[in-house]
Ligand binder design. Structure first.
Ligand code: SF4
Length: 246
């Protein structure tokens, strides 16, 4: 909790206008079953080597894409898309997230949120305003810090995961796989842990080098696939289970 308070203070902006690093006007893959726009919020306190959006990790003084311009574009999408997804970066890092969510809800859009859960208090504040959460779970507790580059990063992530489950909001938990980070035994242990927590909707995503700045991860063999018996085990643990790979 102290770590969260410290990180929150350090990242606080003097105003509550969302800092947007990018915008996708149309996607059919970022919110299950809905056509959506995606707002990529600037900033993330973690440094996962496999991050697809490392250019969004730092927050700049000015918003690269003015939030007012995003709202104007969304206004023209009313009736054409169903939802707006706040992604990143880490959307809950931004003190303007709640106001931004309220603004797009007022336009009639459903709201999706992608989060890695490092700010459980901020997540709790916006969960009642959100219709669907894509919850990133990186590893079992002991493997977290090696992926995020931040000490004790598992604690807020699992606290946030519990909040998502308790909230009743629709969700998908997802984990990115790279063979140098997690072998089959770790994948199985994490899936069993999530099942025991009450997770019912889970996806595994094979690492993709697109956007990744980590040369070691990109050059290491990453095509190792989970075998059919392990996938069958995973499938039996969850109501819905997906394994995404090229
Ligand atoms: S938590 Fe997500 S946005 Fe942040 S560094 Fe990791 S992969 Fe990138």
């Amino acid at each position: 909790m102290l770590a969260e308070a410290t990180a929150t203070a350090a990242s606080a902006a003097p105003h509550k206008v969302l800092k947007v690093g990018g915008y996708t006007p149309f996607t059919a893959t970022d919110y299950p079953g809905k056509l959506a726009a995606v707002v990529f919020v600037q900033g993330c306190p973690w440094r996962c080597g496999y991050c697809h959006n490392p250019h969004l990790q730092s927050r700049t003084t000015d918003s690269p894409v003015p939030w007012a311009a995003v709202l104007a574009r969304l206004c023209r999408r009313v009736g054409l898309i169903d939802a707006v997804v706040f992604s990143g970066g880490e959307p809950t890092m931004d003190p303007g997230l709640e106001e931004a969510i309220c603004a797009v809800r007022a336009m009639g859009f459903s709201v999706g949120l992608h989060t890695a859960g490092m700010y459980p208090q901020r997540l709790a504040a916006v969960l009642p305003l959100v219709d669907w959460v894509g919850m990133d779970i990186k590893a079992s507790a002991h493997g977290y810090d090696a992926i995020t580059g931040v000490a004790h990063s598992d604690a807020p992530a699992f606290a946030s995961a519990a909040q998502v489950l308790a909230s009743g909001v629709a969700y998908e938990f997802r984990t990115t796989l790279h063979p140098t980070l997690q072998g089959p035994a770790q994948v199985r242990a994490l899936a069993q842990q999530l099942h025991a927590m009450g997770v019912r909707h889970y996806a595994l995503q094979q690492f993709r080098s697109t956007g990744c700045n980590d040369g070691a991860l990109c050059s290491a063999p990453s095509a190792a696939r989970l075998d059919a018996p392990l996938l069958a085990e995973m499938d039996a643990l969850f109501d819905t289970f997906s394994y995404r790979h090229d």
